[in-house]
Design a protein. Sequence first.
Length: 360
Amino acid sequence: MPHSSGGGSHGGGGHGGGGSHGGGRGVRTSKSYFPGAHKYVYYKNSHPVYYYRSAPIEKSSAQISKKTSTVIVIFMLIVYLTALLGIVRSAINIPKKLNADYDTSIMIVDLIGVLDVSDQKKLEDTFKVFREKTGITPALLCVDNDIWKNRYTDLENFAYDAYVNTFEDEKHWLIVYSQPKNADGWVDWYWEGMQGDDTDNIITSSTASKFNKVVQKNLTDESVSVGDSIELGFEEILPSVMKPSFQPMVVVAFPFIIIHAAFMFYGILVAPAKTRKINESSIEIKDAAGPTLEDTCAYCQGVYVHGLHFSCPHCGAPIAASNVPVHAADVYATQQADDPFAQYDKNDPFADIENRGGFG
């Protein structure tokens, strides 16, 4: 459908064309204890780091696997590369002349007498040059303000209806000019451009903007006629209208896509990998609410949780018997009770007897 290419007025200046949320609750984590929490520890820089979870690691929702993350990243790369390619293609516009497979008759209708014969002849010649160069057929309609002010909220809506009721294609560029008929003194004029959708590749926003500025400027100058104002607008854009153009505003979206992609990749790949690493190295401390005792390794001076390890988690050095896990001490005591000879030297079972003075 046709759309505005911009316009203006005597008093108002010019203008351009123009739920809900939800989701399940995840696992709660905190550095401080809360009722029902499970306490975990992992080591960083030779010191323990404690945290609390609302669910044990083995029962919580599975983290995104490396394989799944890779698939998602590949998919996102395709999406972002497609978006970037689209930006590049949109930033460089190469106009293509429209086919003349429609009624290309030049239409200049003046219902208020603002165009003399000379104006109409010059405009017709300029419109023909523009049509031959672009394939777009310009048209001009000059009307009284009363025709549209009593029925429409603005001239743009009137221009839209004028286009769809006059043309059966999307290849025209209709310019509507309006003022009171037989106006004296200060003239309350308006104008609006309405272009068909097929013209967008040629009448770009930058091209329309150049046209609008020239027309608005000259209409404001009382020494320039209405016909000359519109003709000067076309003369402004004719030399460059079919040249490839670069749209700098489109490229503004480029860094935003890059930044968004970086955050997405971090959230999908990097952050879950860090979480997996922490979970894999975390050890649950049974007494979540109580105090946690710590010991220092005699070899590397690293700090570790008392009663949780058989060897130093930092350097692998053996831990004093008094600091080994409680269940390990229980196993050792059980072994002593089950083996009455455990107190003797296994390599020399008679050593203790000899130390006592023999059999006699």
